[in-house]
Design a protein around this ligand. Structure first.
Ligand code: MLT
Length: 307
């Protein structure tokens, strides 16, 4: 059984795959060669860099590929429907990175509330802006959470510990969850001091937060996006930051990655990170572990190998 690790995997998990008797190759291929290369493999593991498009799948047809594993949560880099219609299963590692992404979300909230982002830049330029950087506490503020899945729930717990009032919208629910009050989408936009996003990007819908939605938000609110870049219309966000409608934004994900939106990247009101929500030792270990177990289960192998 051959497995291609197209975007790498942590060493311990590679060792475990080999203990299971799998032949593992760690190599990244360009889109033009990926499909024909995949013919030789039973499974491929990707992160976000490798895109498994319809064209890649077409190039693979007639080959051995039976399983695509996304080592991460978002499967927007895989044409899932097309893969499945060609008898190639698609799995991800949905549990592994929730805590890491939730912690980064809180970090961005604190960063914009207390000017950590811009202080880090200006102090290195010998500026002492003590009077300028008067921020706000999270305590007593309303957090509007959009998407109450695994990550949303972890963010809610941490925000509550800061003394925030948590309200949420999720298209799958319509009632309060304990102290977290359900609100209709527009009501949440109007009531929240901080809005955090925990939803996948829906191509059909387009940006969930655009000009109209920002218009409905409280004056001076903050927006945090550690979900997917296209969930927010970057042009509308920039306009709102520049006009003062929004006080700040914490952004880990971008419409295009790596982002070249210099205006956004250099905006002093933006706390910015290069899509590192799942980039912690702990999340990567859990992801590796889930990948190994998924391969073990899917191919029904290594029952006697304790990993
Ligand atoms: C994910 O979907 O798992 C995260 O956004 C992390 C990533 O894509 O690297």
């Amino acid at each position: 059984m051959k497995v291609l690790l197209a975007d790498g995997l942590q060493k311990q998990s590679i060792d475990e795959l080999e203990q299971l008797g799998l032949e593992v190759c760690s190599k990244h291929f360009d889109a033009s060669e990926l499909g024909s290369e995949l013919k030789k493999y039973d499974a491929v593991v990707v992160r976000s860099a490798t895109k498994i498009t319809k064209e890649v799948i077409d190039d693979e047809l007639g080959g051995n590929l039976k399983l695509i594993i996304r080592a991460g949560v978002g499967i927007d880099n895989i044409d899932v429907k097309y893969a499945e219609s060609n008898n190639i299963a698609v799995k991800n590692t949905p549990n592994a990175s929730s805590i890491s992404v939730a912690e980064l979300t809180i970090a961005h909230m604190l960063s914009v509330a207390r000017f950590l982002n811009i202080s880090n830049v200006t102090m290195r330029q010998n500026q002492w802006n003590k009077k300028k950087y008067v921020g706000c506490e999270l305590y007593g503020k309303t957090l509007g959470l959009i998407g109450m899945g695994r990550i949303g729930k972890e963010v809610a717990k941490r925000a509550a510990a800061f003394g925030m009032r948590v309200i949420y919208f999720d298209s799958l629910y319509n009632e309060d969850i304990g102290d977290y009050k359900f609100e209709q989408f527009d009501d949440l936009l109007k009531k929240a001091d901080f809005i955090t996003l925990h939803v996948p990007y829906d191509k059909k819908r387009g940006a969930l937060i655009g000009k109209d939605e920002i218009e409905k938000m409280k004056d001076g609110a903050y927006l945090i996006n550690c979900a997917r870049g296209k969930v927010v219309d970057e042009a509308a966000l920039l306009e709102a930051l520049n006009s003062g409608k929004l006080s700040g934004a914490g952004i880990d994900v971008f419409e295009n990655e790596p982002s070249t939106n210099v205006e956004l990247l250099s905006n002093p009101k933006v706390s910015i990170t290069p899509h590192i929500g799942a980039s912690t030792k702990e999340a990567q270990q859990r992801i590796g572990r889930e990948v190994v177990l998924t391969l073990k289960d899917f191919f029904n192998i290594g029952d006697k190998v304790v990993i």
